[in-house]
Ligand binder design. Structure first.
Ligand code: MGD
Ligand code: MGD
Ligand code: MO
Length: 773
């Protein structure tokens, strides 16, 4: 960017739809946005009462992000985006039986995701009728019976049981058990598109699949290194911790190709003083606009400096820069790693990261002086072909100074969905080695399947190959969240069975199989009444804390069932009776499911029912937090990166090729788009834009706002393009370009994914542009 405008826009970019956003994240803009969504969803009074119970010990866990929920919450422990997600769920609008009578499925396919979801909540179980091409009402009993009959006709490995990350621990445990008792480990979840690079990368380094940072650590840290996360939009409550840390003088160093508003500055919308004065807190003390996919190189630069400074200190007999005692006692592989960093040249580092040695020197100096430092990261790290390596490089950086397993230090993957981490904890995984199969066998006396199941990418491949014949979705919008829509869309129609358990209508429900059910469920904010009374459920946040959640709103319709009731309904119709397991009793009282979870994972969920409702939840024990390393070497491992260029093995790129990141805007939750604005990036009224460096724009002969056709560079003979996107100059490194998810998903080849974690590489797609005809 050429000017001082910190919003990310070249200042002459005032032409609509881009207008620079000059305010801090939070502040009055946030209050206005909350008020407007409450009005839009017709829930103003009811909504504000309900919001005051959000993320409280007596209330419900927000359905938006998975950030930690403190034991002593603010009066209103929610953020603008949490409020939007709540209003979206408790909306007064309905997609009822009449709606489906009025519209064929083919007609609805031409609607946008926003148009579909904004019509409101689903109200009754529906079955697709081939003769009229409409969803028509059916009874729950009929639905369960036919789904069971269809599943029984298949080999269990021909069915896929997807989960999207929102359903509670209780539902998730039951769902995983249903799939395994039926006979398959085909249990992909949204994590396969998200933090799977973490879940694969960290066990090899620190012996844990999840982060080690807890909320208290924010009070003890001196330095935070932030990589590839848009906190102001995607985990806004964390801005409170960042603001408090800044007030204590903590250094916050950010690596992100975009200058994200929340990481630049913040005004607390819940602080009367800040709202009445123009005060705002500067969040990042250093901001490094790394090239897309350049993190491994940038981190290598930091590691190289630390190692070389330490070499000098040893020569000069001055104070060591590395934590030599920690490295000796707790780690494995240091020498090989140090050697590889010494051998990495500055030319490579600067070329791949597009950051200067001087900039990395400034960051490394702060890190080297911090007593306790933590690394926080999001999709900018994991959704790359080298996603797993990126995660391991972050871990290497922390290990060099012993920054794992002590107060104020640690690694903090910022998870996505509000219970995505928990779903993995209680058995939703396609990897049999991660599920307690022997324990399940002992408890429920059945033979669990042992062969590996399908991840998200493998399930898509299975749908294409015809190996998959049935898809069951526990929430989510799978068909839109995945890559390669051109290739995938036609394949769904070849499935025999699709079952979607959902709160709102989305495009996945329209890409259905020959036999198709749409089963509407209660949301987490709604009162869940069962035989033993109103139920509580539980979720696990990004810091491995388990919290209770209790709905407050009246259900959207009296025909809804809870998610546990739907899972149990299918299970009872499908599976032979089992004296060890009474599905009806579980549905009648979810405390019994929690007891079952505790029996299955006694160490993790000790006294589950007694502890889960305590303020702040309870923390699952994680050995890495105590410096016990559950790795093969018994130590924390340094891992040498294969390459600093994730695309080294890609087909020849050429100077006209740009790297595209597909990312979220401020008014969306994943595929759910609430409105077309992305306020913090100053984009209004459209999502069909591509943001790129001014030099890249002019070099191609484009003018601001020109319509272009964007196409993927690949060698598989498939044309992947989106036409009619508008290009705008933006503050982003040269060679990089930003577009929105899910609008750009059709550009990502299914095969373009992280090695070993198979997370689609949604943040680094090689593309070309040409003017629209
Ligand atoms: N309001 C709201 N909250 C959400 C969600 C939502 O959609 N809306 N989604 C939830 C889910 S499921 C998830 S996974 C999280 C996602 O939260 P994020 O991890 O923030 O995901 P993205 O919005 O995709 O943004 C990725 C960030 O990485 C940066 N980035 C892109 N490429 C690179 C790179 O190569 N290197 C670096 N260093 N940075 C890069 C982008 O500029 C952007 O700031 O949020 C969760 N919370
Ligand atoms: N290009 C690109 N693609 C991406 C990403 C990216 O950054 N770029 N991010 C990836 C990531 S990180 C993720 S997590 C996935 C998200 O993929 P998904 O989790 O599959 O998608 P969502 O958009 O979160 O799903 C929204 C739908 O969930 C349903 N729903 C909402 N609440 C409930 C509930 O309480 N119960 C039930 N049963 N259903 C409910 C509603 O019907 C709603 O339409 O997308 C991935 N895809
Ligand atoms: Mo996610």
């Amino acid at each position: 960017m050429s000017t001082e405008d910190i919003t990310g826009h070249a200042t002459d970019g005032d032409t609509a739809p881009l207008k620079p956003y000059r305010h801090p994240a939070g502040g009055w803009g946030s209050i206005k946005a909350v008020a407007s969504i409450l009005v839009q969803e017709h829930v103003a009074l009811n909504g504000s009462r309900i919001l005051s119970h959000q993320n409280k010990a007596d209330g419900f866990a927000c359905v938006s992000c998975s950030w930690a929920k403190p034991a002593d919450p603010h009066l209103f422990e929610f953020c603008e985006n949490g409020a939007k997600a709540t209003a979206w769920e408790i909306t007064n609008k309905r997609v009822d039986i009449d709606f489906f009578a009025d519209h064929t499925v083919s007609e609805l396919q031409s609607w946008s995701g926003l148009e579909l979801e904004s019509r409101g909540r689903l109200t009754a179980p529906m079955r697709w009728d081939a003769a009229t091409d409409r969803y028509v009402p059916c009874t729950w009993e009929h639905a369960f019976a036919e789904i069971a009959q269809e599943l029984r006709a298949l080999d269990p490995n021909e069915a896929v049981f997807y989960a999207s990350g929102r359903a509670s621990l209780e539902t998730s445990y039951m769902y995983a058990l249903l799939a395994r008792m039926y006979g398959t480990n085909n249990l992909p979840d949204s994590s396969n598109m998200c933090h799977e690079s973490t879940s694969v990368g960290l066990p090899k380094t620190i012996g844990a699949p999840v982060g080690t940072v807890q909320l208290e650590d924010f009070e003890h840290t001196d330095c935070m290194l932030f990589f590839g996360h848009n906190t102001g939009t995607n985990a806004p409550r964390m801005l409170h911790q960042l603001q408090d840390a800044r007030k204590r003088g903590v250094e916050i160093i950010t690596f992100n190709p975009l200058r994200e508003r929340g990481l630049v500055s913040f005004a607390n919308p819940q602080s009367p003083v800040e709202m009445l004065t123009p005060s705002q807190t500067q969040i990042s003390t250093q901001y490094h606009q790394v090239k897309i996919g350049g993190d491994a190189a940038a981190i290598a630069g930091l590691c190289k400096l630390l190692i070389e400074w330490d070499d000098e200190a040893q020569r000069d007999g001055t104070q060591r820069v590395l934590d030599a005692a920690f490295i000796a006692e707790h780690t494995h592989g240091f020498e090989a790693f140090a050697e590889s960093m010494r051998a990495t040249t500055w030319e490579e580092i600067e070329h791949h990261s597009q950051l200067t040695r001087a900039a990395l020197d400034a960051a490394a100096r702060v890190y080297a002086q911090a007593n306790a430092a933590m690394v926080l990261y999001g999709m900018g790290i994991t959704q790359h072909r080298s996603g797993v390596h990126n995660v391991q490089m972050l871990s290497n950086l922390l290990l060099l100074r012993g920054n794992i397993g002590r107060p104020g230090a640690g690694i903090c993957p910022i998870r996505g969905h509000s219970n995505v981490q928990g779903q993995r904890t209680v058995g939703i995984t396609e990897k049999p080695e991660l599920a307690p199969l022997d324990k399940l066998k002992e408890l429920y006396r059945f033979e669990p399947p042992r062969e590996k199941g399908m991840s998200t990418v493998e399930a898509c491949q299975g749908v294409l190959d015809g190996k998959v014949k049935a898809f069951i979705g526990l929430g989510g919008n799978f068909q839109v969240a995945i890559p390669d829509h051109h290739v995938m869309d036609p394949a769904w129609r070849r499935l025999r069975l699709t079952v979607q358990i959902a709160t709102k209508l989305n495009r996945s429900h329209l890409l259905h199989g020959e036999v198709a059910y749409l089963l509407p469920c209660l949301g987490r904010i709604e009162i869940d009444r069962q035989a033993s009374g109103e139920q509580w459920v539980s979720v696990e946040d990004s810091t491995a804390c388990v919290h209770g959640s209790h709905g407050l709103a009246e259900p959207a319709s009296d025909m809804l069932l809870s998610e546990p009731a739907i899972v149990a309904g299918i299970a009872k119709a499908l599976l032979p009776g089992n004296p060890q397991l009474d599905w009806d009793a579980w549905v009648g009282d979810y405390a019994l499911v929690r007891d079952a979870i505790e029996r299955t994972y006694p160490d993790q969920f000790r006294d589950f029912n007694q502890r889960f409702r305590q303020p702040g939840g309870f923390h699952r024990p994680l050995p890495a937090c105590k410096r016990e390393w559950k790795t093969e070497s018994g130590k924390a491992n340094f891992i040498v990166p294969d390459t600093l260029d994730e695309d080294a093995d890609m087909p020849a790129a050429g100077p006209d090729v740009l790297r595209l990141m597909t990312t979220r805007g401020d008014s969306q939750f994943n595929t759910t788009v609430y409105a077309l604005d992305d306020r913090f990036r100053g984009v209004y009224g459209t999502r069909d834009v591509l943001l790129m460096h001014r030099d890249d724009l002019t070099r191609r002969g484009f003018a601001e706002g020109d319509a272009v056709c964007i196409s993927t560079v690949s060698d598989d003979g498939v044309t992947r393009e989106v036409d009619g996107m508008r290009v705008h100059a933006f503050d982003i490194p040269r060679g990089c370009i930003m577009g929105y998810y899910p609008e750009c998903n059709r550009l990502i080849p299914l095969s373009h994914h992280a090695k070993s974690s198979l997370v689609p590489a949604s943040k680094s797609i090689p593309i070309r542009l040409r003017k629209s005809a």
